[in-house]
Ligand binder design. Structure first.
Ligand SMILES: Nc1ncnc2c1ncn2[C@@H]1O[C@H](COP(=O)(O)OP(=O)(O)OP(=O)(O)O)[C@@H](O)[C@H]1O
Length: 337
């Protein structure tokens, strides 16, 4: 009899090449199973180089074979997509600043020289055209494929909002939302290596299509301090973990209020809660963005704070540096791994 707990621990003791966390905890591998002397594991190698795949396969095989009772190891390596990687930005509920974080993360990464594009998949409230100053622009199409709109910040982008006339509420269900997402993901992104996907809040149709058809290489979760009763955020995290999408970590937005007069940061909702909650969920904490009037006014004006050098952009630059390190992103080339 193989002890399943030992099997699980053996696989999870190996670090995920992208996030450095345990393979199972990172969502890179499904929990292993056993039947008689045969141990089975499925590892998702999406986005990894050939060398990284081979090394990971060898290490997993050896780790599982060393568990008492294992006579044979059967590994299944899966890879839905190679080349371009999707980074999904999700939240448990609306209004927490997921779109603001997505836009500014993209702009900050582009400033670092990463080849990055942005997809606004928020069918309920597409806001990226406003955030990136591309309102009113329409994507052109060749041979049925859309060409992304280039923003002034070096980030090509497409939005669900570009598929319908402005101001018209998008109330798509199931297949329509899924098809629309497909059009955006399969557009002509050229040499863009990383696509940031600003998801609608929650865990609805778009999210399901996304993990099933356009499997992201990684995900990050945005939350406010108040949101951290966490039921909602936990559902979003579960969706990715079940689909073996590595979750890079949690970003706390609207954390502390930055006084527009003196710059002092006060914490009406307390401090440290998100970090503690991230630890409870076994998620890295990727940093906090203060609640700051300058962030809202710049965003509303189509001037993402991350395009600025000053303190308003700083939290986004710090976040981008962490994401780039976690995803092995390099200037120009995009992805290393
Ligand atoms: N750190 C911040 N400081 C000040 N205002 C912010 C901050 N983050 C976001 N906002 C503002 O909060 C509002 C909601 O933000 P945003 O649209 O990014 O949220 P969202 O989670 O994408 O919402 P939804 O998915 O429901 O559309 C916007 O007006 C935005 O400018």
């Amino acid at each position: 009899m193989i002890d399943l707990q030992l099997l699980h621990r053996a696989l999870d003791a190996l670090p995920d090449p992208v996030t450095g966390r345990g393979l199972v905890a990172a969502g890179r591998a499904a929990p292993p199973t056993a039947q008689g002397p045969v141990a089975r594991a499925t590892i998702d190698v999406t986005g990894l180089s050939d060398e990284a795949r081979t090394a990971l396969e060898g290490a997993a095989r050896a780790a599982l074979a060393a568990v008492p009772g294992v006579g044979e190891v059967r590994l299944l390596l899966t890879a839905e997509r190679v080349g371009r990687t999707l980074l999904a930005v999700a939240s448990g509920k609306g209004g927490v600043g997921k779109s603001t974080v997505s836009a500014n993360l993209a702009v900050a990464l582009a400033r670092m020289g990463v080849s990055v594009g942005l997809i606004d998949a928020d069918i309920y409230g597409p806001s990226q055209p406003r955030l990136l100053g591309t309102e009113g622009e329409k994507p052109t199409a060749d041979k049925q494929r859309m060409n992304p709109v280039m923003s002034r910040f070096g980030v090509p982008m497409l939005s669900m909002g570009m598929l319908v006339p402005p101001g018209q509420a998008i109330a798509w269900r199931g297949p329509m939302a899924g098809n629309a997402l497909g059009q955006l993901v399969d557009a002509d992104w050229g040499a863009t290596r990383l696509l940031i996907l600003d998801l609608p809040p929650g865990t609805g149709d778009v999210q399901l299509t996304m993990v099933q058809k356009h499997k992201p290489g990684a995900a990050l979760i945005v939350s406010t301090p108040q949101d951290l009763a966490l039921i909602d955020a936990t559902r979003a995290i579960d969706l990715f973990r079940k689909a073996t999408v590595p979750v890079l970590g949690l970003v706390e937005n609207m954390a502390g209020y930055a006084c527009p007069h003196c710059g002092e940061i006060s914490d009406p909702f307390g401090r440290g809660g998100a970090e503690a909650a991230a630890a409870t969920m076994d998620l890295p904490f990727l940093g906090r963005v203060p609640l700051e009037i300058a962030i809202r006014t710049a965003s509303d004006a189509g001037e993402p704070p991350a395009a600025q050098d000053g303190p308003v952009g700083a939290p986004f630059h710090a976040l981008a540096a962490k994401v780039a390190a976690a995803m092995n992103l390099t200037a120009a080339g995009g992805l290393n791994a």
